[in-house]
Ligand binder design. Structure first.
Ligand code: IVH
Length: 676
């Protein structure tokens, strides 16, 4: 074809693009359908790539005039973007509903309505609208802090730039999923393993004009912060999203009862292959916003929602070797190295074997032919061994009794709760004395939920350990960057970036600090409880000096197991050294209590007996929401003992002896300005 013919064709396309994009981006009635518009964009970009002489200011490559920046700006989500718990079967769903009934103190004859929404496997985004205008868009990030990806999001046609509907809230953070349809994914040239990676890659790259070339879609499904929204249910919210101009999932349903949820799940799973985008399950949300509010959140996920995953994909492969990995808490986890196999679009070469008992129960051996299962984001695991294919000379796998890293003895703990021996074998060496445990502890220390040091990934931890730069967490804050910039793969800029990220994290919340220490049984939730109780790092360090652990028993949720573990942690000299040196380098913020001016301010409560219509968990959350505190011992520190049905007489007597106010549910409700 002659150049001028090519140019003519190109300009025709550009004109069509220019014409339709006006409608496309301004969201009036589009002149062409979405897919046609997307194809047009791709055709133009392909032509430009092939014939370098083709250029136009109206090219989709130039839609957004935006200067790429090295890093995205980080912005805090006003309301955190949490994840969801998973359910895999009917039993999990029954438990999920049981917990809701218990928390709300409902009777089983009542039925809860759920909004059942197919869970699109994409990337979540938060869109902030003020007075009907799209002003800012963030990625999920670590759930608390996202990246400012506004310019990239603006290139997505499904995202309305302006909304005029009367009932659109004055300010709202609309959340949903950015994804690529399967047919579009096939058309794009870049090499991504699956549509999800392609969506993530194009959304988080630095040049919006590249994002605009990828046919990204957006489906809205929830909201974060809002002001002035008068909607009572999730199903109504979804209806309004549509009216406001967002795309919602046409397969959303409202459903009552577990049996019906399962029927819908089965139906959708059958249809899954025909749908033009990847879904990996169904999200169930309690439909009533009032109940959602009452139920609230556990550590990382709401109590009112769950993701019911679809059954996994599986493939057959061969075990090449069984390796023992040592975790942060010393747990020995066997991992099968398998002949790489494609399971549902993802290449898998490792599968967890969980623990020693699991290997024995299934008699899993090296060289066995096994079926491997992979469900969504869950680590692949071995489900069965094909004994017919077992080689004659195969030998039973002997689980090591000594730690493969440091040679220490390993043990299986006795679980006081279940009165059984743990299935997990652990290295008995104390923390940093075992190389593998030490490395894992440092990885935990810098991880997202702990210090969250940007750019300090697992590989760097391993590398810095090997070359003796970081052997203990405190070394991170004393790094010699003049040395680092001379290391292979490093330079002036990367070293100064790392220094910047580390310096930024020298100020930290008490909650994160406690969590980052990696004390066994002190996860995020318990770290939060401890921080909330202790309030300042001074109290935290004092606690260690005086060994006044018993005070911690007053914290509802902290028990003997946790206290024993903290004591154990502090009986180790290296841990004490870590603590005192970290204290020198860091500024640990005191706990600021939001709403510390509630109706129950500075008052402590304890419950005994059953309350009517309010579960123990909800009572606790009500007290905390109103700035009160729950404690679990009758002592001088207690202000009120709330008594329900069948209380413990001993507690009442003790309380009376100490002159503590003993009140009933009604009196407590009055304190909250509620009457029942
Ligand atoms: S609601 C706290 N609704 O699933 C509520 N999430 O594991 C959480 N997702 O990060 C979000 N479809 O990326 C919600 N209809 C839907 C969803 C959905 C997909 C994703 C989302 C979120 C993850 C939760």
């Amino acid at each position: 074809m002659k150049n001028y013919v090519i140019k003519k064709k190109y300009l025709e396309k550009i004109n069509k693009f220019k014409d339709s994009s006006k409608y496309y981006y301004e969201k009036s009635s589009p002149k062409i359908i979405d897919s046609e518009f997307d194809s047009l964009k791709i055709e133009i970009l392909k032509l430009e790539k092939k014939y370098k002489f083709l250029k136009s200011e109206y090219s989709p490559a130039n839609i957004v005039g935006y200067k790429p920046s090295k890093n995205f700006e980080k912005i805090k989500h006003k309301v955190p973007m949490l994840s969801l718990g998973n359910a895999f079967n009917e039993e999990d769903l029954v438990n999920f509903e049981k917990k809701i009934f218990n928390f709300l103190s409902l009777k089983n004859i009542e039925s809860i309505e759920y909004s059942a929404e197919p869970k699109i496997d994409g990337i979540s985004a938060s869109l902030i609208y003020k007075n009907g205008k799209f002003i800012k868009g963030l990625s999920r990030g670590d759930g608390k802090e996202g990246e400012n990806i506004t310019e990239n999001l603006k290139t997505i046609k499904d995202i309305p730039m302006a909304i005029e509907a009367k009932n659109f809230p004055k300010e709202i953070d609309i959340r949903g999923e950015v994804f690529i349809q399967n047919n579009d994914f096939e058309k794009i040239n870049e090499k991504f393993a699956n549509p999800r990676n392609a969506a993530s890659g194009s959304l988080r790259q630095k040049n919006p004009s590249i994002t605009s070339k990828i046919p990204l879609k957006f489906i809205a499904y929830t909201h974060g912060y809002e002001e002035g929204m008068k909607i009572n249910t999730q199903s109504n919210f979804l209806k309004n999203l549509k009216i406001w101009g967002f795309k919602t999932n046409p397969l959303n349903r409202t459903i009552k009862g577990i049996k019906n949820l399962i029927l819908n799940h089965e139906n959708l799973e059958k249809k899954r292959k025909e749908i033009n985008f990847d879904i990996d399950g169904i999200v169930y949300k309690v439909d009533s916003f009032e109940l959602q509010k009452r139920l609230g959140f556990a550590a990382n996920a709401p109590r009112w929602a769950i993701a019911h995953k679809f059954s996994a994909n599986s493939s057959v492969s061969e075990i090449l070797n069984i390796e023992i990995q040592i975790g942060r808490t010393g747990a020995l986890t066997p991992v099968a190295k398998i002949k790489p196999v494609n399971i549902g679009g993802v290449m898998v070469s490792n599968a967890t074997l969980h623990n020693e008992d699991e290997i024995n129960r299934k008699d899993i051996r090296i060289k066995d032919t096994v079926t491997i299962e992979r469900a969504g984001d869950v680590i692949p695991h071995v489900i069965s061994v094909d004994l017919k294919k077992r080689k004659k000379n195969s030998k039973k796998f002997i689980f090591p009794v000594n730690c493969p890293s440091c040679g220490s003895k390993t043990v299986k703990d006795f679980n006081e709760l279940t009165k059984k021996q743990d299935a997990v074998r652990r290295c008995t060496s104390e923390g940093y004395d075992c190389e593998k445990i030490a490395i894992e502890k440092i990885k935990h220390f810098v991880s997202k939920e702990a210090f969250n040091i940007d750019g300090f990934g697992k590989k760097i931890v391993e590398n810095f350990w090997k070359i003796n730069l970081v052997k203990l967490p405190q070394h991170i804050f004393k790094l010699d960057f003049k040395k680092i910039k001379l290391l292979e793969g490093w330079g002036e800029l990367s070293a100064s970036n790392l220094k910047f990220s580390i310096d930024k994290k020298k100020t930290i919340s008490l909650e994160r600090f406690i969590y980052s220490l990696g004390i066994r049984h002190i996860g995020q939730e318990n770290a939060k409880l401890l921080a909330g109780h202790l309030k300042s790092s001074n109290n935290f360090f004092k606690l260690f000096q005086n060994e006044s652990f018993n005070d911690l028993l007053n914290i509802d949720g902290i028990g003997d197991t946790q206290i024993k573990s903290i004591k154990n942690f502090l009986s180790n000299r290296t841990n004490l050294k870590v603590l005192s040196e970290l204290k020198e380098s860091l500024l640990i913020n005191n706990v600021v209590q939001f709403n510390n001016n509630g109706l129950l301010k500075n008052k402590t409560f304890m419950l005994t007996g059953k309350l009517t219509g309010v579960s123990r968990a909800e009572a606790k959350s009500l007290i905390e929401k109103n700035s009160g505190k729950i404690i679990s011992n009758v002592s001088k520190k207690l202000d009120y003992l709330i008594i329900g049905e069948k209380p413990t007489t001993k507690k009442i007597n003790n309380a009376k002896k100490l002159n503590i106010n003993v009140i009933n549910q009604n009196e407590w409700m009055k304190m909250l300005n509620k009457t029942s």
